[in-house]
Design a protein around this ligand. Structure first.
Ligand SMILES: C[S@@+](CC[C@H](N)C(=O)[O-])C[C@H]1O[C@@H](n2cnc3c(N)ncnc32)[C@H](O)[C@@H]1O
Length: 402
């Protein structure tokens, strides 16, 4: 592999912004990629993937490179040298890499890889929590969560179907694979910037992980029904619900952030969806008004996000155990309060992108045993694991109201 100094410098700068300035990895990378319009897709791919890889393995690489935070420029260059050596490439003859101890780097990897916290590059507290929550599954799961995420599209059934979208993508030189477990999904064979295609701007697809695509189907909304998507965010699942409902009926999409709902509205227009109404949750009034009126409720709850570490590797370094405790309290509050919108005979799905039982089964169980949950019955629940199912980790539980 031939390395270009300006691309590695861009990677070093992105890492500086992420590690030293606390910027989110995706935003820092987007900003750096705007630096030079002459960079082609390979150059951009190199910067993005190398940066993500070093963020993912920060603890491991920093230990091998023998550098500590806050990282100086030369420390960040050393992290890139460790990345190059461990990938099995030859180091370019640049000043920054002068005297790099290549054999020592390889030897140190063999030494530290026996320790899971080092090998998988995770904070101590996260490893302890993972073992407590998942027991022996944690080892395989965290290894799988450190893999690079695949890019998955969801064909927008309001405008196309999987087979014709697949064919149209070939015209854009984007090759994809289908998977019978995820009927609307197309999985890219190689990463590509699909957002630049006209197919995307025309609303023929959304980028949405395969696991996430199961959640709207799990609620099974029917055309003409009234559905509430309580934690709609920017609407990944709301748009899917709308497509399943063939634009008929009504979806009330709520969130506590107007900015996210604005983004949802923008996506709605592109997707050709017109049965979504957004409402900002400012007080309990909105929920009270909707009490007993909904055929279906989706609670895509805020969570630790540990199931989607493939997509957000910097969460390993930004998450704190105190935040997880706080978010668990919010999850139960949301279940207790929003469940009242479901009418008799209606369905509620509680979902998270976490693989920890304390955010999932335990929350559902606590709810069902509480007064608010007394009228609900658990129909089914399932967890998608990255190590077993191959995509992001998700949990979903479906409850029926008597
Ligand atoms: C997992 S994300 C939702 C992702 C979204 N459903 C999608 O598919 O793109 C959880 C969302 O819950 C919102 N949220 C946090 N606390 C909330 C609350 N008390 N009530 C409603 N939404 C809340 C967050 O702003 C966030 O957008």
């Amino acid at each position: 592999m031939r390395f270009h100094h300006n691309l590695v410098q861009a990677t070093v700068d992105a890492l500086h912004n992420i590690f030293n300035d606390g910027k989110y990895a995706d935003q820092a990378i987007q900003k750096i990629l705007k630096r030079d319009t002459r960079w082609g897709s390979r150059d951009r791919g190199f910067i993005a993937e190398t940066t993500y890889d070093i963020v993912r393995y920060k603890r491991l690489y920093a230990s091998i490179a023998n550098v500590n935070e806050p990282f100086k420029q030369e420390d960040l260059w050393r992290l890139t040298s460790v990345w190059i050596v461990l990938k099995g490439y030859d180091l370019p003859a640049w000043d920054e890499y002068y005297n790099t101890p290549v054999r020592r780097i390889r030897g140190k990897l063999d030494e530290v890889r026996k320790n899971r916290k080092m090998r998988e590059s995770i904070p101590d507290w996260m490893d302890e929590m993972g073992v407590k929550e998942l027991g022996s599954l944690w080892d395989q799961e965290i290894t799988a969560l450190n893999k690079q995420a695949s890019v998955v599209l969801r064909a927008n059934s309001l405008k196309t179907d999987v087979a014709s979208l697949k064919e149209k993508l070939v015209g854009e030189e984007v090759m994809t694979t289908t998977d019978e477990r995820f009927p609307d999904a197309l999985i890219l064979n190689e990463r590509a910037n699909v957002f630049r295609t006209k197919l995307f701007t025309d609303g023929l697809f959304e980028v949405q992980d395969a696991g996430s695509q199961l959640i709207a189907s799990y609620l099974d909304p029917k055309p003409g029904e009234r559905i509430m998507d309580a934690c709609a965010g920017a609407g990944g699942k709301t748009l899917h619900l709308a497509a399943m409902m063939e634009n008929k009926g009504q979806i009330i999409a709520t969130d506590i952030y107007q900015s996210k709902l604005n983004e949802l509205k923008r996506r709605t227009r592109r997707a050709g969806v017109h049965n979504i109404e957004t409402r900002l949750l400012e007080s309990t009034k909105t929920i009270k008004k909707l009490a007993g009126k909904m055929d279906g409720l989706l609670i895509d709850a805020p969570c630790s996000g540990l199931g989607v570490l493939r997509r957000n590797p910097d969460a390993k370094w930004k998450l704190q155990p105190e935040f997880i405790d706080k978010i668990k309290a919010t999850q139960q509050e949301i279940l207790q309060s929003y469940s009242r919108v479901v009418k008799s005979g209606g369905t509620m799905v509680y979902a998270t992108c976490s693989i920890f039982p304390s955010e999932n089964e335990v929350q559902v169980d606590t709810f069902l045993k509480s007064e608010a949950g007394a009228d609900f019955e658990l129909e089914d629940s399932q967890t998608l694991y990255a190590h077993r199912d191959g995509f992001d980790g998700f949990f979903m539980a479906r409850m029926k109201k008597k």
